[in-house]
Design a protein around this ligand. Structure first.
Ligand SMILES: NC(=O)c1ccc[n+]([C@@H]2O[C@H](COP(=O)([O-])OP(=O)(O)OC[C@H]3O[C@@H](n4cnc5c(N)ncnc54)[C@H](OP(=O)(O)O)[C@@H]3O)[C@@H](O)[C@H]2O)c1
Length: 219
């Protein structure tokens, strides 16, 4: 029964993939472009995530980590930036991509829930999507992560009775291509904390929004 991690070719996804494997958990990683040992999947394309599900060939999936994400509006100016195309491109990955991946793998998650009593979906969101912390700027990324968190909360409601728990996580400010070299923590530190959170996730805590270190985050 493999865990599945999207966007596992670099950054936090690669570190989560490695951490799961180190803990002896059979894990399949996906990457947008062909990468040795990974299944190719662009989470914005329905046919691509459907092919991922097909590739898994009916195997139950006990853990799906929706990690793939983009931050495209770091340098935009309120007066004349934030073009509609950037909104679409960001939401396609950070929101639609999460939904399409969950939808495509739902039969395999349900099968894992039947076989072992529960299955889990982990959504890598961000504290930048928390409406309780409106620091301003980066409107597109913030709105997309708020939507991803909201999606996770509603999936938690709908999937509870199917035995599928949904957790939503902030990975910390992490030294990746997205986080930059000045960020607080390393990829491996973040991944070790996140995987502990995934292990603790249950139907009793479904819908939680947690920091990588386990602290609760306000929605
Ligand atoms: N780094 C931080 O400080 C931080 C903080 C809060 C939240 N996050 C979230 O954590 C997650 C991972 O971030 P990161 O820092 O590791 O970012 P990253 O280094 O930029 O890596 C992003 C990953 O997502 C993949 N991806 C992008 N678009 C995709 C698509 N359409 N289909 C499939 N995969 C796609 C990338 O694949 P390619 O290599 O093909 O581009 C790459 O594997 C994201 O959801 C991000 O929003 C990060």
């Amino acid at each position: 029964m493999p865990a599945v991690v999207t966007g596992a070719n670099r950054g936090i996804g690669a570190a989560i993939f490695k951490e799961l494997q180190t803990r002896g958990i059979d894990t399949i990683g996906t990457s947008r472009t062909p990468t040795n040992g990974f299944i190719t999947a662009d989470v914005t394309k329905k046919h691509s995530v459907d092919l991922l599900a097909k590739h898994l060939d009916g195997q139950p999936v006990p853990l799906l980590v929706c990690n793939a994400g983009v931050l495209l509006d770091r340098n935009e100016k309120l007066a004349d930036g934030y073009a509609p195309e950037i909104w679409s491109a960001c939401f396609e990955v950070n929101v639609t991509g999460v939904f399409l991946t969950v939808q495509a793998l739902l039969p395999q998650l349900q099968q894992a829930a039947v076989d072992q009593g529960s299955a889990k979906i982990a959504i890598v969101s961000s504290v930048m999507g928390s409406s309780a912390r409106p620091s301003g700027g980066t409107y597109i990324y913030r709105a997309s992560k708020a939507a991803a968190t909201n999606l996770g909360r509603n999936l938690a409601t709908d999937l509870h009775d199917l035995g599928i728990a949904v957790g939503i996580y902030h990975p910390g400010w992490v030294r990746t291509d997205m986080g930059g070299p000045s960020a607080d923590i390393s990829e491996s530190e973040s991944a070790a904390g996140l995987v502990e959170r995934f292990e603790a996730l249950s139907l009793g805590t479904t819908g939680c929004f947690l920091n990588w270190d386990g602290a609760e985050i306000d929605f």
